[in-house]
Design a protein around this ligand. Structure first.
Ligand code: SF4
Ligand code: SF4
Ligand code: SF4
Length: 317
């Protein structure tokens, strides 16, 4: 292992490009952005070739669905970038900015209530690529989960989206069966027959949609698809569970605009070095929720983006 001769300034510069120093050497891990954890076979071949040509020959997967190639010499960084660009791949994903989006496989999963790959790709384009130059108080992590099983832990991200299907219960069609099919299958025990009719406790129901079309008398013939949004989660040195906004969004554009408002709010009202969870604690959840449900902050978008803020944020990786 040769010693590090790259200057601190250059180390910082390439870190901003997604190249993290292999401790004590002049080699770097190149962090490749997979958009949402889904890459083509051709892209995989390209990464494998790049690993053999420029790196140690190994490819490592990060917990947040990026792919890193270790062992890239400092003076091969630009060549490495040009090589993977042939398959449309880029490096990045570091700094006090919007981080690469994490998605579950809700698109193909039997429980998926949304097209998680399509939505996470849209979020990537709008808020990872679109906000790549926007400095924030700290990193801002976004995850998209296809259903309340929460496999990608959306509620442990700064902002998490969870697919929903809100059951449409028709009381008039309910016979109050002695053995109710819905009561039996409801995983949260939100559904119960009380005084001869099914009742769904809205505070307990997580809108998993599993009861839709399962009543033999069509009392729940349909369900409305939607998005639940959690804010202020984090997992790492400190842990915070995100809290869900009270509104379940049934319009995708409205849900995506909440992400933009959250990023703008964090930039405008977050203190340099704090995570979104801390900003929310300081301002109060109800205050933040009210701002995210109104459009005031969007009207200040240009002003917020133009401000000189967070020139050195809190992220260390
Ligand atoms: S969160 Fe739901 S949709 Fe996503 S992988 Fe898990 S079970 Fe499937
Ligand atoms: S919801 Fe359906 S299965 Fe359950 S009690 Fe009503 S009619 Fe019977
Ligand atoms: S949507 Fe899920 S949690 Fe809610 S009542 Fe139906 S099965 Fe139960």
């Amino acid at each position: 292992m040769s010693a590090l001769t790259v200057s601190a300034a250059d180390e910082k510069r390439v870190k901003g490009m997604g190249f993290l120093n292999n401790k004590g050497t002049d080699n770097f891990n190149g962090r490749i952005i997979t958009v949402n954890g889904k890459i083509t076979a051709a892209q995989q071949r390209c990464i494998a070739e790049a690993a053999e040509k420029f790196g140690s020959g190994e490819v490592v997967f990060t917990t947040r669905l990026t792919v890193e190639v270790p062992g890239i010499p400092y003076d091969k960084i630009e060549e490495f970038q040009a090589f993977i660009a042939k398959e449309g791949l880029v490096t990045g994903g570091t700094g006090s900015k919007v981080r690469p989006v994490v998605s579950c496989k809700g698109t193909t999963c039997q429980y998926g209530l949304l097209d998680s790959y399509a939505i996470s790709e849209e979020i990537h384009k709008r808020f990872y690529e679109g906000y790549r130059k926007v400095l924030l108080p700290h990193k801002f992590k976004i995850a998209v989960g296809g259903c309340p099983n929460n496999c990608v832990k959306p509620d442990l991200n700064d902002l998490g989206i969870v697919g929903q299907r809100i059951p449409e219960f028709d009381e008039d069609s309910c016979n109050g069966c002695k053995k109710c099919a819905i009561e039996k299958l409801c995983p949260t025990k939100a559904a119960k027959v009380v005084d001869g009719v099914l009742e769904i406790d809205k505070d307990v129901c997580n809108n998993c949609g599993r009861c839709v079309e399962k009543c033999p008398f069509d009392a729940i013939a349909d369900g409305t698809y939607g998005f639940k949004i959690y804010i202020g989660g984090r997992w790492g040195k400190s842990v915070a569970h995100g809290r869900a906004l009270r509104k379940v969004f049934t319009d995708k554009e409205e849900a995506l605009s909440v992400i933009e408002k959250a990023i703008l709010l964090f930039r405008e009202q977050g203190k340099t070095g704090e995570r979104f969870a801390q900003t929310i604690d300081r301002l109060g959840f109800e205050n933040v929720e009210a701002q995210l449900l109104s459009d005031d902050i969007l009207s200040r978008k240009d002003e917020i983006l133009a401000a000189e803020l967070h020139l050195k944020g809190g992220a260390t990786c």
